[in-house]
Design a protein around this ligand. Structure first.
Ligand code: 5RP
Length: 226
C-alpha cells in the first residue's frame, strides 16, 4: 500500500466522526486535504456542517467544494478538528508545521472539544525530533533567535521559498530546528513558548484525543487515556 493510500484510509476513518450540525476544524497539508475532499463529498450528499479552516489553502479548498467556511470569531464552539501531523510519538505528542500552518492549527485545535490526528504509518515514531521542529517567529526577531535555538541543542535554519524566506499566513517566518532527537518535548515546548519573538512552535502536547494511522493492516487507532 502506498503512503497516499494510508493517508486516504486514515482520512476516511476520521470523517466518519463528523455528524450533522457540527462545527469542524479543518487541518492543513496533504493528508488533511484528502479529509477535506471527503468532507466536501459528504456535504454534497447533504451533511450540514460549518467549517473553520486552519489555513488560507484549506479555506480555498473547502470553499471550492461547497463547504460553509467561517472564521474563528463567528463560532462559539468547535466540536471536532481533524488534522495531519509530521510525527506522533507513543504519548500522542506531535510535531506539526511541515506546511507552515501550525500557528492557526494549534489555535483551532486548542479551541476544539476533540482533535483527531490522521497520518500514514511512517509518521509514528518512538521519539520526536527526526523531523525538524518548525518554530514560527516574527521577522524582526528571526536573526536574534537563531543562536537561542542553537543553545537549545538545535541546528536552526530559516525556511526558504526559493530565494525568499517562506512567509506564513500571518506573514511571519519559520525557523526549522533540527534536533535529531527531542529528549524532553515538554521542556523544549515551554522554553520556546517563553522566548520573546517566538509566535508558536510545532510541538502539540496533550492536544490529540484520537490518532488514526493508515497502515497495510488497516487503520490503527490510539485514544487518549482519560
Ligand atoms: C501543516 C501540518 C501538516 O499537518 C503536516 O505537515 C503534515 O502534512 P502532510 O499531511 O502533508 O504530511 O502540520 O502545518
Amino acid at each position: 500500500m502506498t503512503e497516499d493510500e494510508q493517508k486516504q484510509m486514515a482520512a476516511a476513518a476520521a470523517v466518519e466522526h463528523i455528524k450533522d450540525g457540527m462545527v469542524v476544524g479543518l487541518g492543513t497539508g496533504s493528508t488533511a486535504a484528502k479529509m477535506v475532499d471527503l468532507v466536501g463529498a459528504r456535504v454534497k450528499d447533504g451533511l450540514d456542517i460549518i467549517a473553520v479552516p486552519t489555513s488560507e489553502a484549506t479555506a480555498a479548498q473547502a470553499r471550492g467544494l461547497g463547504i460553509k467556511v467561517v472564521g474563528l470569531d463567528e463560532v462559539s464552539v468547535i466540536d471536532l478538528t481533524i488534522d495531519g501531523t509530521d510525527e506522533v510519538d507513543p504519548q500522542m505528542r506531535l510535531i506539526k508545521g511541515g506546511g507552515g500552518a501550525h500557528l492557526r492549527e494549534k489555535i483551532v485545535a486548542s479551541l476544539s472539544d476533540k482533535m483527531i490526528v490522521i497520518a500514514e504509518n511512517k509518521k509514528m515514531v518512538d521519539q520526536l525530533g527526526a523531523f525538524k521542529l518548525p518554530v514560527e517567529v516574527i521577522p524582526f526577531a528571526s536573526g536574534a533567535l537563531l543562536p537561542k535555538m542553537e543553545a537549545l541543542g538545535a541546528e536552526p535554519a530559516i525556511r526558504m521559498n526559493g530565494d525568499e524566506p517562506f512567509r506564513t499566513d500571518e506573514n511571519n517566518l519559520i525557523i526549522d530546528c533540527a534536533f535529531g532527537k527531542i529528549e524532553d518535548p515538554e521542556a523544549i515546548a515551554l522554553t520556546l513558548s517563553l522566548m520573546p519573538g517566538v509566535v508558536e512552535h510545532g510541538l502539540f502536547i496533550d492536544m490529540a484525543d484520537l490518532v488514526l494511522i493508515g497502515t497495510d493492516e488497516g487503520v490503527k487507532s490510539f485514544e487518549k487515556a482519560e
